[in-house]
Design a protein around this ligand. Structure first.
Ligand SMILES: Nc1nc2c(c(=O)[nH]1)N[C@H]1C(S)=C(S)[C@@H](COP(=O)(O)OP(=O)(O)OC[C@H]3O[C@@H](n4cnc5c(=O)[nH]c(N)nc54)[C@H](O)[C@@H]3O)O[C@H]1N2
Ligand SMILES: Nc1nc2c(c(=O)[nH]1)N[C@H]1C(S)=C(S)[C@@H](COP(=O)(O)OP(=O)(O)OC[C@H]3O[C@@H](n4cnc5c(=O)[nH]c(N)nc54)[C@H](O)[C@@H]3O)O[C@H]1N2
Ligand SMILES: [Mo]
Length: 759
């Protein structure tokens, strides 16, 4: 029987990248910008004297290579540099209640915010407000609350300078409540890797990819989320480096990619294979799969010897024997059942790994956003330790960070669990005593808001309530706040969930010129590979009323803390002074200002690259992943499907650039559930049927209705829907207990034909 036609759904057979990517770039420019400046603006992205791409955190070779084309980088830049505006006229014409009926796509699509705004309850509208009036009132409300009843949220686009001032402000005010986007993202990396190798960061550099002999890519989708990485993978593939992929979905860019930088591929419409082998495992099947690979590797070592790096293990690691025993005790039958892969397939991976003298493992949200995400991360480190894949060229661990400066935010003190060393250096440099008690992470902050224990929320960027799980709980909690403040570039749904008092404070974007008392300022960011470099905006700001993020933070701080020990005005006048303060309080930033004036910047210390392990034992630690699967009782129950929430190709987190997901063959819509053919059949469904989805791991009823189920190349038992629409289905307390990260990639659900359309 021919498959039914479903509107907006048609298979995509071309490679990723190529001419389609160029066309999409042109379209992004056309829809956002009226001027012919756009190509010139794009050329300034990631250039030594230009601005850092506000897209992903993938590095550039020393930030000095010729302009690297990237479709989604172009979307990120044009989205910010758009000529569209949403100003006072617009807010005078629309009530907040009516705006709440709009989608994130529509809201952000209206353009850049131009004026500071205050919510006026009487008219149900946002009105323009003077900066100083806004700061004064914010200060008054904060001063009248116990400090721990305020939450200070950071989204990872903020610069090091803005984030550093933000933490200084909140800590002088008296709290460590620092929910941040990292808590929904790579927190398992920040928690797991220090236990294994002594630092919560990746250990590879771009040069390592040039000499790696094997790349294992687990649970990330670089064609969409780190497109500049595709150039690196493309080169590796052309060197015949095997690239082994573990992913429940067939992601086009991981199969075939045409590099838009490659003149011959473009001219001949040819492309390069990326994955040498593609393992479509079950959602959450990674631990089992990795344990299988390790089990096969240990067996090979027993038989042939010399497969593992025994010298490295003896000299540099702890706990190997217990680790080995656990793996040997793990049964193949359990591994196969939990991973959805078979033993011969996993033995092939072990063989490739045994042969390689330098292996890199890359991973993303497919590993971290699980309720045993931290244990997953440690297991990847275990795999690498077995063959000494740290501290040698071409080898290491490569977590693909999210936001362009999410790693930097952490480095400069955005953490709810600060070290005592950091707090004492803040105290000695600034002369106030920062609070010692740990604060809230993102989920805990929302829980405190729901329970009425936290009454104010200050957001340095982001879309807090929309990005968090469980919208049905999160949205009403926003409405109960005494105060919410949003520093942002564009309007989003979190801003519209107004509390008793709400301010929206518009800031400069990274592409824009930042002039302060001493002249033009630059900021700094840290990429996924711990390179810190400067970024200087060039464009005329979207409105004359915008302020920089550091200036807004300082404005709030001065109004909140009349007796502040921090010289806010001096810091804002010259960001070099902020960097001096960072240098004096955080290790690794020696000669900060000099070193960022060198194109490409500098690399922060990464002790594991020198085989130095800052763990309590002074060695790298093998750790044991108990069993083979997260939450096996619930996720393995009869009739339960594991829901993965994913990003489309036209999306940056909650920012929706357009309604297409080209590589997955979905156009003009997002109300889609990707399902395996066997699961459709088992439920008596057909490609194109409308379904309701219900979460089963909670005593509440979480549902998403009226979604069109389509047949897709996804592992049986796993289904996928778009974030943030599907966030209503993710229970707030369904988290990785070690890191607090929501289990966005394995929500137990049932799917049934929609009540509305059932025959
Ligand atoms: N253009 C663009 N760039 C971005 C972003 C964006 O939204 N748009 N977001 C930024 C941010 S904040 C982040 S964190 C990163 C996110 O980048 P990614 O880590 O690539 O995040 P996701 O798109 O959520 O995709 C995760 C991938 O994991 C797979 N997956 C899901 N569950 C599992 C599993 O259980 N096991 C395995 N092995 N795989 C699984 C999915 O099929 C998907 O291919 O990208 C950053 N860059
Ligand atoms: N279901 C599900 N939920 C998820 C995820 C998932 O995979 N599945 N992923 C999670 C992940 S990895 C992350 S990182 C979070 C993301 O959570 P957030 O970081 O909170 O969300 P974003 O969508 O990146 O934030 C977009 C907003 O940032 C503001 N903005 C943009 N540029 C700037 C700027 O330069 N300065 C300031 N101040 N504001 C700016 C704009 O107002 C825009 O509306 O979401 C998480 N939520
Ligand atoms: Mo992220």
């Amino acid at each position: 029987m021919a498959k039914r036609e479903v509107p907006g759904v048609r298979p995509y057979d071309s490679p990723a990248g190529g001419w389609g990517a160029l066309k999409a770039t042109a379209q992004a420019v056309r829809t956002q910008m009226e001027t012919v400046e756009a190509p010139i603006i794009l050329m300034r992205t990631n250039q030594p004297d230009g601005f850092d791409c506000p897209g992903c955190a993938w590095p550039d070779k020393e930030h000095r290579s010729t302009f690297q084309f990237c479709e989604n980088g172009a979307k990120a830049v044009t989205w910010e540099a758009t000529t569209k505006r949403v100003g006072p006229d617009f807010f005078a014409a629309n009530t907040v209640t009516s705006l709440r009926g709009m989608t994130d796509f529509e809201l952000e699509g209206m353009g850049r915010l131009t004026h500071p705004l205050v919510f006026d309850r009487a008219s149900d509208k946002f009105l323009p407000v003077a900066w100083d009036d806004a700061f004064r009132r914010i200060g008054e409300v904060l001063r009248n609350l116990p400090p721990d009843e305020a939450e200070f949220y950071t989204s990872g686009r903020a610069s090091n300078e803005a984030a550093y001032l933000f933490q200084l402000f909140a800590r002088e005010h008296g709290t460590n409540n620092f929910p941040d986007c990292s808590n929904m993202c790579h927190e398992p990396t920040s928690v797991g890797l220090p236990q294994s190798i002594g630092i919560g960061k990746g250990t590879v550099s771009l040069e390592d990819f040039d000499v790696a002999e094997l790349i294992i890519s687990i649970g990330h989708n670089p064609g969409t989320n780190h497109p500049r990485m595709m150039g690196t993978l493309h080169e590796a593939s052309r060197r015949n480096v095997p690239i082994i992929v573990f992913n429940p979905l067939r992601e086009r860019a991981l199969e075939r990619f045409a590099d838009p930088q490659d003149a011959i591929e473009m001219a001949t419409f040819s492309s390069t294979r990326i994955a040498s082998t593609y393992y479509q495992l079950d959602a959450g099947g990674d631990a089992a799969a990795i344990k299988g690979v390790i089990k096969a590797l240990l067996a090979m070592d027993e038989e042939e010897g010399n497969v593992l790096d025994h010298e490295f293990i003896a000299q540099h690691t702890n706990n190997f024997e217990a680790f080995k025993q656990d793996i040997e005790a793990t049964e193949w039958a359990d591994i196969e059942k939990a991973s959805g892969l078979n033993r011969p397939g996993l033995e092939q991976v072990a063989l490739a790994y045994a042969k390689s003298k330098a292996t890199i493992v890359t991973y993303g949200m497919g590993i971290t956003q699980h309720n045993r995400g931290t244990a997953n991360v440690r297991l990847i480190a275990d795999l690498l330790l077995l063959k000494g894949n740290f501290g040698k060229p071409g080898a290491g661990i490569c977590p693909l960070r999210g936001h362009s400066n999410v790693q930097g935010n952490r480095t400069v003190g955005i953490t709810e669990k600060p070290s005592t060393a950091f707090l004492s250096s803040i105290e000695s440099v600034f002369g106030f005593s920062p609070p010692q008690a740990h604060g809230h992470d993102a989920v805990q902050a929302m829980q405190a808001m729901i329970e009425g224990k936290s009454k104010a929320l200050i957001c340095l960027g982001g879309n807090f309530a929309v990005a968090l799980p469980d919208s049905d709980l999160a949205f009403p909690a926003m409405r109960e706040l005494d105060l919410s403040v949003h520093i942002g570039t564009k309007l989003n749904r979190t801003h519209l969930l107004v509390g008793k008092e709400t301010y929206v404070l518009p800031c400069l974007g990274r592409t824009e010129l930042d002039m302060q008392a001493t002249g033009r300022q630059s900021i700094t960011v840290e990429d996924s590979m711990s390179m810190v470099h400067a970024s200087s905006g060039k464009l005329t700001p979207a409105s004359e009323f915008l302020r920089s993020e550091p200036a807004i933070v300082a404005g709030m701080a001065k109004a909140t803390l009349p007796a502040s020990k921090v010289k806010w005005d001096e810091l804002i006048a010259d960001y070099d002074k902020i960097r001096d303060a960072i240098e004096r309080t955080i290790p690794g930033f020696e000669a900060f200002n000099e070193r960022i004036r060198v194109p490409g910047g500098f690399r922060l210390p990464l002790p594991p690259t020198e085989r130095v392990w800052h763990t309590p034992s002074g060695k790298a630690e093998f750790s044991i992943y108990q069993g083979v699967k997260e939450d096996a009782d619930v996720l393995g129950a009869e009739g339960v499907l594991r829901l993965i929430t994913i990003r489309s190709h036209d999306q940056y987190n909650t920012t929706i650039y357009a309604m297409d997901d080209r590589y997955r063959g979905v156009f003009g819509r997002r109300d889609i559930l990707f399902m395996n053919e066997a699961d459709l059949t088992a439920l008596g469904l057909e490609h194109g049927d409308v379904v309701d989805i219900e979460t089963i791991c909670t005593d509440r009823t979480l549902t998403l209705k009226g979604i069109t189920a389509i047949e897709y190349k996804i592992a049986p038992g796993s289904v996928a829907a778009y974030y943030p629409e599907a966030n209503v289905l993710v229970p707030l307390d369904y988290i990785d207990k070690e890191s607090g990260t929501p289990s966005y990639k394995s929500v137990p659900v049932r799917v049934r034909r929609s009540e509305a359309t059932a025959p």
